[in-house]
Design a protein around this ligand. Structure first.
Ligand code: ADP
Ligand code: MG
Length: 429
């Protein structure tokens, strides 16, 4: 299909982006110097967009530009440029919502016609997923990401927001149709049928991958989660909160890339992160330099699962008590009637539901990375399929248990115990 490119749009190259930066007073002031002083490189390693680093004599920045098609697949899959608009607006809302923990990069400019965002270049940070593959310990991510999720999700929900503003924002983001469609198809449906773009480690994983299509309980569970995804405008989601959307140093955590943002169920964001912790966990056996050499790191990953949820819950509880100013669970029904116990009971129910959603979405997110279109580097970088497939089989078993059993876990401790049990037992191919 031919791509219709909007008339004011130019897809830049590492060369042509220099003049663009120099022509923008705000950006030129950050990098300094003249056009010939600028060093630029295109570094996009994601599935969708161009990413340029621009360095000048006095500073640097990143320019992220949407292409009118899916980079991973090519021009045969058009994708509207307006996703850049949603990414920009999500970034501004996240900037305002977070007061501690992980932050988003500082945003310098947004050019809607060219579908590009200029932002802070995180030169020292690396993608968290790459850190996991290298078995690097990051002591702050559990706190930073738990807090980030609680603040962004609580403060953009009806627990906190003024209702007219919330509804206006829901209306704004509901137009992110095509990116929601990608999630709806790729996460919730394609892994469970003969979708053209599915792939997996073949022939090793054939039996398990194909078993998803005849697993009725699993298919129903996946569609129930999809129903929650499409019909539950709880909070402004990041929409793609995996370990490739987090950049880290030892003492700083940043969240990038919210182009899938829309108002959906809180558990979709939390589930994405926990899914990626567990994918990292099961991939370690394929990276171990010697048998058992990554065991300690795997335990660190599980402690991070526990600590992330603990931080999330602590922060969410605090927000419940201090910032519950929206239309849901109003204080008039609880605290104002001296019914603190009622407020705690409501909070417990909300958190229980959120835990079940988190687990269900985590299950769907794990499965789609094993048999769907886009896989994860944690597993893809295990070159030998004989080593990779057993890791994938374990992750697949975990994903299934989470999705089908989502309402029967009492907390993250049980998930960690399940992960350990699957690892020690090993799933047969
Ligand atoms: P996509 O939406 O195409 O996946 P991302 O926003 O994930 O694009 O960016 C792709 C890559 O570009 C990231 O994996 C990271 O390596 C790099 N990148 C993106 N934003 C920044 C930034 N602000 N600072 C440094 N590197 C960045
Ligand atoms: Mg990305």
């Amino acid at each position: 299909m031919a791509i219709e490119t909007p008339k004011d749009y130019t897809a830049f190259s590492a060369e042509t982006i220099k003049a663009y930066v120099c022509d923008s007073p705000a950006l030129a002031a950050i990098v300094g110097g003249k056009q010939s002083d600028l060093k630029t490189v295109e570094v996009g390693d994601g599935n969708l967009n161009l990413v340029f680093i621009v360095e000048g004599p006095s500073g640097s920045l990143i320019i992220k530009q949407a292409l009118p098609y899916v980079r991973l697949v090519g021009e045969s899959w058009p994708l509207p440029l307006k996703r850049s608009f949603f990414e920009y607006h999500a970034l501004t809302r996240q900037t305002n919502a977070v007061t501690s923990g992980a932050r988003v990069p500082e945003i310098y400019a947004f050019d809607e016609a060219n579908a590009l965002i200029a932002m802070e270049f995180l030169a020292e940070h690396i993608i968290l997923r790459k850190g996991f593959i290298a078995a690097t310990i990051y002591p702050k991510i559990a706190h930073d990401l738990g807090t980030f999720m609680a603040q962004t999700l609580f403060r953009t929900s009806d627990l906190h927001m003024e209702t007219a503003q919330k509804k206006g924002d829901v209306a704004l983001f509901v137009d992110n149709v095509e990116l929601c469609d990608i999630t709806e198809s790729l996460v919730f449906t394609d892994p469970y049928h003969d979708a053209e773009l599915n792939s997996w480690t073949t022939p090793e994983l054939d039996r398990l991958a194909l078993s998803l299509r005849t697993d009725r309980d699993l298919k129903v569970a996946a569609q129930l989660m999809k129903q929650r995804f499409t019909s539950n405008a709880q909070s402004l989601l990041h929409g793609d909160l995996h370990s490739g959307s987090v950049m880290v140093t030892q003492d700083d955590t940043r969240v990038i890339d919210p182009e899938f943002a829309f108002y959906g169920p809180m558990g979709f964001d939390t589930g994405a992160l926990f899914a990626n912790y567990f994918l990292a966990y099961f991939s370690q056996d394929g990276h171990a330099e010697a048998p058992g050499s990554r065991d300690a790191y795997q335990e660190w990953l599980l402690s991070t699962v526990m600590d992330t949820w603990a931080s999330f819950e602590t922060s969410f509880r605090q927000l419940w008590h201090e910032e519950r100013t929206g239309i849901l669970f109003p204080r008039t029904l609880f605290e104002d009637q001296d019914d603190a116990i009622g407020s705690e009971q409501a909070l417990t129910r909300v958190l229980d539901e959120l835990l079940a959603d988190t687990i269900g979405f985590a299950g769907t997110k794990m499965l789609r990375r094993l048999v769907g279109l886009a896989h994860v580097e944690d597993l893809q970088s295990i070159e030998d399929p004989k080593r990779r497939a057993p890791c994938e089989a374990n992750a697949l078993a975990m994903g299934r248990e989470l999705l089908v059993g989502r309402n029967h876990f009492s907390g993250m401790g049980q998930l960690c115990a399940l992960a350990r049990a699957i690892k020690s037992r090993g799933v047969s191919l």
